[in-house]
Design a binder for this molecule. Structure first.
Ligand SMILES: [Mn+2]
Length: 221
């Protein structure tokens, strides 16, 4: 295996994503993973989803992918669907697009690396998650450290589920002891980022991670 290349939230910013892949010079030996939220908010949602699928890039389920999975099951059961925007998008998908979403993992562990969309807490064990904990993976931001004391999850995370690479909360690259946040808000006019890990023996050296970035062409949301 070559490098592991992990992309932050793309939100339909396909032009920037193509440019970033070109800049990194991804090759057939590299393993590419998106942290999820491939679409919604940005300019080319459908094309981005199809691009990820056709390029063989793995997508972790984000809160927006989760919405589509919920719509798929609501349709099957004949239940009402609340999110009109997501429903309109869902109706444009091909059977292969839907199959790609259903095949997307909620998290991925590769040696010492763990990739999730939003975050996790110290009490969660990825191999034994409850239904509620699945949706924590796609939404988590702050956790209570004590009464009235809320901190960003990665500040308190003790590394018991590996070194976590995540997106979901847009801002600059955030580095904590056991986690790396790579959603740099491309759809809001900032940057699209990727974290690149090289194999060192049996593991990936988180201290030697390389960050590659391109600027957003414009502000979309
Ligand atoms: Mn998200």
């Amino acid at each position: 295996m070559g490098r592991i290349v992990i992309y932050g939230d793309i939100h339909g910013c396909l032009d920037e994503w193509r440019k970033l892949r070109q800049k990194i010079g991804v090759g057939a030996n590299d393993c590419e993973i998106s942290v999820g939220d491939l679409f919604s908010k940005g300019p080319k949602p459908l094309e981005t989803l199809k691009y990820a699928r056709s390029e063989g890039i793995i997508t972790i389920v984000g809160n927006h992918e989760e919405k589509l999975l919920e719509i798929a099951s609501a349709k099957k059961l004949g239940e009402p669907i609340e999110s009109r925007a997501h429903l309109e998008f869902f109706d444009k998908l091909s059977a292969n697009d839907v199959a790609y979403l259903f095949a997307s993992p909620r998290f991925l562990k590769i040696a010492n690396l763990t990739i999730v969309h939003a975050g996790l807490t110290n009490s969660m064990c990825l191999d034994r998650l409850s239904e509620d904990q699945y949706s924590i993976l796609t939404r988590l931001r702050y956790v209570g450290a004590g009464a009235m004391d809320y901190r960003f999850w990665s500040e308190l995370y003790n590394g018991n589920q590996g070194f976590v690479v995540y997106g979901h909360t847009p801002r600059e690259i955030r580095r904590d002891k056991h986690a790396l946040g790579i959603d740099t808000g491309c759809v809001y006019g900032y940057k699209l980022s990727a974290a690149i890990f090289e194999r060192r023996g049996e593991r990936f050296d988180a201290d030697a991670v390389e960050i590659a970035q391109v600027d957003a062409k414009e502000r979309y949301a």
